[in-house]
Design a protein around this ligand. Sequence first.
Ligand code: HEM
Length: 239
Amino acid sequence: MWGALPSWLTADENAQMAVQELCPVMEENPIDPSIYIDYQGKRVYFCCMLCKATFEKEPETYLAKLPQLSVDPEAPDAEPAHDHLVDHGAPDEPSRLLTFMGKFHPVAIHIPIALVLVAALAELLAMMTRNGTFEKVSRFNINVAVLGAAVSVGLGLLAGMSADFPGDYARPFWLHKWIGITMAVFIAVAAVLSELACRRGGSRCRWGYRAVLLLCVALVGAAGYFGGQLVYGLNHYAW
Ligand code: HEM
């Protein structure tokens, strides 16, 4: 069970958390008080964002695991007050489409991540072997990575539009978003430098390209780190 309950919880939330200790999806995992949704007027907590998304897809499957939703035979037949999934989930078609497109962000991001790493490896091999073929391989990969990063940022912004990252998740979300956008910009700068280096020759553009490429590798790592925290929980990387 998590340590002392966070101070920003209301008395009612305290009561509900006191009742629900484990994630309804990953039953062995304690809940994370900052990951929750309001379902049928009750707050439901999860251990990570992935479980929250899983629950939102088919809540009926997990209702029996939620003490706060179990029907109290004594209580009068209460009308389900506000169904978060029904009332908010499907406002109108366009936003449903944008929300749907945002779900492809975790898929698309593998393109710029892989291509930046391959471009860096090829550039390293070009330096070690002085074989110009590797420079061409690096140039090709970084150019395609520009496209991949642009698509990933676009889908990321859509994903960010329909997801909420409250409390402790706000900062990793903000950092992820802006590291992602910065990374896309520097990938474009690297592509321009690699073009200049290939067309004009000379070492200045080449070394400029290598320096910016190294920065892109670091930004890939940081974007992936905070992205993973958003999906798998803040303690995901805890040893
Ligand atoms: C090219 C830049 C970017 C990269 C490489 C990147 C990478 C990632 C990674 C690795 C994840 C975790 C995916 C998983 O393991 O399932 C992730 C998740 C996420 N990213 Fe990005 N990201 C980028 C840009 C952005 C931007 C600009 C935003 C804007 C807000 C954003 C919003 C999100 C959101 C909301 C999630 C969670 C998705 C979910 O809940 O399924 N990302 N990103």
